[in-house]
Every structure is written in C-alpha cells, then in structure tokens.
Design a protein around this ligand. Structure first.
Ligand code: IFM
Length: 440
C-alpha cells in the first residue's frame, strides 16, 4: 500500500463533496433551483429523489469535518450553493446562507483543513433558470455578481477557488443529452451553454482576482475515449467524442479557440461574436483540476452530428456501470500538460467509485474502492515521477450522497450514510486512507 511518503513533500490530499448533494436545501432559507424542478418531473430522477434533506450536512458539518481531519486529509473540496446565498440568483443575499459558509469555512480552518471552494456545482437558482439559465447571454454577468459576493465575504479565507465544476456536465450532459437539469436535448442550447459556461468562468476569475484572491483554477472532467473497434469510422467517432468532452473547454481556456471537430457541429449555433470573448475566457489561472472516473468505448451512429454512440466495454465495472480503467488517468496526466497547461500545477480534483456498500456487524468492507483508489494513486505517482506538475489529489467523495439523476442509490462515499437515520459510518476505505495519510 502507498503512503504519504510516496508523494512529494507538500502534496495535498483531500476529500470532495458538493452543496446540493449533501447539505439539504430545505434548511437555512435557500431558494429553489433547477435541480428541484428537474427532480419533481416524473422520470428524471430515480424514485423522484431530491436534495431537500440529503446528508443534512447543513447541520452536521462539524461531525463531517471531524471525519475529514481524522482521516488525515489536508483539504476539503466543497461548493457554495448560489441559491443558498442569493435565493433569487441576484439582488438581496440570504444572511443565513452566508453565515452557514462562514461557519463551514471557519470550522475547516479550526481543524487545520484547507478550504478548496467551487462556486458552482450545478444547482442554478430557479429564477435564473426561468430566464433561460446557461443559454442566456447575461449569465456571465449574473455569475460575476455571485462571484463578487463570495469573494467579498469569504475570499480572504479560501485556500483555492474554482468557478465551475465540470463544464461538460453543466453544458453538454444537461443541454444536449438531457440527463441533468434542465434536461434539455437541443444542439443550439448546448452550444450556447458550452460558450457561456466558459465566459462565466473567465468573468468570475477576473472578479475574484480583482478582490486580490489567489490560487484560482478551473476544474474539468475527462473520459478516456476509446474506439469501439479498429475501423476508421470508430476512430473518427472516438475523436469527436474526445473533442467535445476532453478538448473543447481546455482549448477555449488555453488556446483561445474551439476544436475544428466541435465547430463542425456547433459553430452555426454559437452566440454571435463568440470569437471576441476569449480574452475573458483566457483569464490567467493558477492551476487546473482534472476529474477522472472512467473510459468510454465509442462507435459511429447513423444519426446527425456528432453521429456517435457509446458501447459496452470488457473491463470490470463500478456500481455506476463505469469501466475501471486507470490508464485513462495516466493518459490525461500526460496529455493535459503536454497539449495545454505546460508547467501549470495540476490537481486530481475528483476520483473515486460507487459501490453497493452495506453495513455488516457495523463494518463496511469496500475493498473494491480501496483497490480502485490504489490503482489510480499509482498512476498519479508515476506521472509525478515523469515530471508532471501534479500537486494534489481529492477523492470523490467524503460521504455517500445525492448522485443526481441516480438519486441516493449509488454510494461514492468513504463514509457510509444511512439515509433514514443520517448516521455516518466510516468504511474500510476511510480507514485505509487514514493509515496512508496519518503520519506519526
Ligand atoms: O457526483 C458527481 C459529482 O457531482 C461530479 N463529478 C462526478 C461525480 C460522480 O458522478
């Protein structure tokens, strides 16, 4: 088993969560979000579950942060709910919401935990969703106002900050594939959301820099796109998948343009003048975060662009049905600095697996998760040895939580949550990480 000593001095280990997935939105005066209306629509979410109660982290955060500290994590990656601090999305802040994040951040600092904030992890205030949400060209201004509020109130105490978690999910998964709120399946909506997400990101970076904040980054998610067979058609489909998923956002952020393979489908639908927005989109960053879980096998499809489909693969799978393929992490840890970020510090900002964990005699044997993390940590260690400027690694997730359209069924936590009693029970993986991280 690896130990802390297998990683460079100062390497940051962390656990990650997000607001809607754990806090419980019913408490503390949070406004409604598009996830509430999406979940209230039959067929969208398993059992129609929502984030009303979730893990009640809103109340139980001291116990949760004790678990972060006791495992020896250096940092806690959390998100600030826009609708909790600005129930209308704009205008008058909710003092209770601001006070909650004050308490949460101070509780991290009291425990010696570095607060790693994400401003937006997917719960868009409903009043802004009603105005078209990410499709609306005013979104960067609204997001800038939210960033301004966070910067003024908490900026002096945050260790790191990223504006938006996983732009691909915010834009493509939610506006082209329809799997997440607002559940759209529309190429024009997707194109606009893809661009507005990046412009909002850049606007927030400029706002936060203006307040003197440091250690600002971007967090993108990556899927290792493999051709389903060795035909040129499958290679072409996998390249299109890779361009949409893995290249589009980095290309905007670091090259000031979008990949041709994506423009061939999206260009007619991008907002007018999109070419003029890259000065903001390319606002300088201090680090880039990679979220990595799996690979996908891609085949061509007889449909309009992007004319591709996912097919089943042969590797062992997690509870999500996702193949376990640590090679993909190795691939991205090489490709991202080589093609985009150069010497910029990188973090793995999410990695982990869902497992059908059960409590037997008070214990949870999630040895599959221990093996998964070990394999992926090893790829990180090898990348560092090859000179990749990887500075930290965050495990998804601290707690079992609301896995979006899959409800509470998929368990990603290092800590088990009984969703009836809300009791927390550390799993074998939490204990294993503790042995790895706590040095005597
Ligand atoms: O639960 C999600 C998280 O919100 C974003 N990244 C992937 C995780 C697992 O699906």
């Amino acid at each position: 088993m690896l130990t802390r000593n297998d990683f460079p001095e100062g390497f940051v280990f962390g656990a990650a969560t997000s607001a809607y997935q754990i806090e419980g939105t019913a408490k503390g005066g949070a406004g409604p979000t598009h996830w509430d209306s999406f979940a209230a629509t039959p067929g969208n979410v398993v059992r129609g579950e929502n984030g009303d109660r979730a893990c009640d982290h809103y109340t139980r955060y001291p116990e949760d942060l004790d678990l972060v500290a006791a495992a020896g994590f250096d940092s806690y990656r959390f998100s600030t709910s826009w609708a909790r601090v600005l129930p209308e999305g704009r205008g008058t802040p909710n003092p209770e919401g601001l006070d909650f994040y004050d308490r949460l951040i101070d509780a991290m600092l009291e425990r010696g935990i570095k607060p790693a904030a994400t401003l937006y992890h997917w719960e868009l205030p409903q009043p802004l969703a009603d105005l078209g949400g990410w499709r609306n060209g005013d979104m960067p201004n609204w997001f800038g106002e939210f960033a301004d509020l966070i910067a003024r109130r908490f900026g002096d105490r945050l260790w790191s900050t990223a504006p938006i978690n996983e732009p691909w999910c915010v834009a493509w998964l939610s506006h082209f594939m329809g799997h997440h709120a607002p559940g759209m399946r529309d190429i024009r909506a997707a194109a606009r959301a893809m661009h507005h997400v990046l412009l909002s990101h850049g606007t927030a970076i400029e706002v936060m820099r203006g307040h003197g904040m440091t250690n600002l980054g971007a967090v993108c998610n990556f899927e290792y796109a493999l051709p389903a067979d060795d035909t040129p058609e499958a290679a072409g489909a996998a390249a299109r998948y890779d361009a949409i998923y893995n290249q589009f956002f980095l290309s905007g952020l670091f090259k000031g343009t979008y990949p041709d393979l994506v423009l061939e489908g999206l260009e007619p639908h991008l907002p007018q003048g999109w070419q003029d927005d890259f000065a903001t989109i390319q606002a300088p960053l201090d680090w880039v975060g990679l979220n990595y879980y799996t690979c996908k096998r891609i085949a061509p499809a007889a449909t309009p662009w992007p004319a591709l489909q996912e097919v089943d693969g042969p590797l062992p799978k997690t509870q999500m049905g996702w193949e376990i393929n640590p090679e993909g992490l190795a691939h991205f840890l090489k490709m991202v600095p080589q093609d985009y970020t150069g010497d910029l510090p990188l973090y793995v900002t999410e990695n982990g697996m869902a497992n059908p964990d059960v409590i037997i005699d008070g214990q949870i044997d999630d040895s599959a998760r221990i093996a998964y993390l070990d394999q992926h940590f090893n790829k990180a260690r090898l990348a560092i040895a090859d000179g990749v400027p990887l500075k930290g690694y965050f495990v998804w997730s601290l707690l079992d939580n609301y896995e979006w359209s899959l409800g509470y069924e998929k368990r990603f936590g290092l800590v088990h949550v009984d969703f009836e009693t809300l009791k927390r029970t550390p799993k074998a993986s939490w204990h294993s990480l503790k042995s790895m991280l706590v040095t005597s």
